[in-house]
Design a protein around this ligand. Structure first.
Ligand SMILES: *Cc1c(COP(=O)(O)O)cnc(C)c1O
Length: 384
């Protein structure tokens, strides 16, 4: 049994299944949904999250690196696994062994992949990445047909899909339509020389929600599967997501201090009245970043209370003067819902000066996770 710890992250698997089903319904039955589970499924836990999406009908999964793909296969996950950052030459044999779909963005590992495929008397279907404006991985549109032809001419390899990525689909400004147009042009040109390139995918959550003409044959949502709109302009009231992650701790000590009392390192908070402070055993080592100092709020006894004073490595203080009856051992919600109050990753991201994505990755990776909402194990029984 795990040693009990003060802080824990809750992950609601039923919410993950709900979000997948909501997105699937939104894009319709002609469009496939690749569940993006990179970064330990945005902090929710790679294997449990992928299994939850699979239970809701996911058949394709996107990871960043080979190690994640191998972990999923060893946990028994079926379906297609696309390795978004490609396979290094040294991992070519594992691509074949685990039946993975690597993204290719240049000539780098083609020789190794080819040798591994030929040695195993198998073929590897790769997804060719085009850079239509992200300035990250991929070949430029002008180089795409030559690259596709090179893959087709390499023994054991073929182009199974084309992909790209939008840099600004979550922002008010334009660009996305033009970038999609460039992608579609490449797709049409490549189709003539790579007849098995049946998949085309470019839409992240923002494009899934905002640019319906960019869904192509498959979409690649991440953040929305975890319960969040990618940005304010992406909000679609007709698609409702449920945040799956909560972050919890408990009160360690409660004490009365006089007016003018300095709190924590640097005395960056000084009481303006006689105050009651609650000490929480959570700090920046747990992902509750120092930048939340004098900004964050928590929920205790169903009420919001402000975090006061510098956040320490493993502790922070909350002003509970206005919350009646707080006692050591009381449950504290750092992120989540309690007594009708809700603090979500968007609000915390605002305090931190970042985006919900980073908040989920931080909390999820730094804390013990506790899962709820597992699907009924009865074979054939659907959850939704
Ligand atoms: C992370 C990622 C996604 C998912 O993006 P969201 O904004 O979380 O929906 C899709 N495609 C690629 C290549 C990614 O790296």
């Amino acid at each position: 049994m795990a040693t009990p710890s003060y802080n824990w992250v809750s992950v609601d698997l039923a919410a993950l299944r709900h979000n997948f089903s909501a997105l699937k319904a939104w894009v319709g039955h002609t469009v496939q949904v690749m569940a993006v589970v990179k970064a330990d499924a945005y902090g929710h836990g790679l294997v449990p999250a992928a299994q939850a999406f699979a239970a809701a009908g996911a058949e394709t999964f996107g990871v960043a690196e080979m190690e994640e793909a191998v972990t999923l296969r060893e946990a028994g996950l079926g379906g297609e696994i696309v390795v978004l950052f490609g396979a290094p030459s040294m991992a070519a044999a594992e691509v074949v062994r685990y039946n993975l779909s690597p993204v290719v963005f240049g000539p780098e590992s083609l020789t190794a992949l080819s040798q591994a495929a030929v040695a195993a008397q198998q073929e590897i279907g790769v997804h060719l990445k085009i850079d239509v404006g992200m300035g990250r991985l991929g070949v430029l549109p002008a180089e795409a047909t030559a690259m596709a032809a090179a893959i087709q001419a390499t023994p054991g390899l073929y182009v199974a899909g084309l992909l790209s990525h939008f840099p600004q689909a979550d922002l008010a400004q334009g660009g996305t339509e033009e970038q999609y147009h460039a992608f579609a042009k490449v797709r049409d040109a490549v189709a003539a020389l790579a007849p098995r390139a049946s998949l085309a995918h470019i839409a992240n959550s923002a494009a899934v929600l905002r640019f319906l003409n960019t869904h192509a044959t498959m979409v690649r949502p991440g953040i929305s599967l975890y319960g969040y709109y990618p940005s304010a302009v992406s909000i679609r009231p007709e698609v409702t997501f449920k945040p799956a992650m909560g972050f919890h701790t408990q009160v360690l000590q409660v004490k009365e201090v006089p007016v003018g009392y300095g709190v924590s390192y640097g005395h960056r908070f000084v009481t303006q009245r006689p105050s009651r402070l609650a000490v929480l055993p959570v700090g920046y080592d747990d992902g509750y970043l120092r930048s939340l100092t004098n900004r964050a709020q928590v929920i205790v006894r169903g009420q919001r209370a402000p975090v006061v004073g510098t956040i320490c490595m493993n502790a922070c203080m909350v002003d509970v003067t206005d919350v009646a009856g707080v006692t050591p051992g009381d449950a504290v919600v750092l992120m989540g819902e309690s007594g009708g109050e809700t603090i979500d990753a968007d609000e915390i991201a605002g305090w931190m000066g970042t985006i919900s994505y980073e908040v989920l990755c931080l909390f999820g990776s730094r804390n013990r996770r506790v899962y709820s909402g597992a699907a009924d194990a009865t074979p054939g029984k659907s959850d939704c």
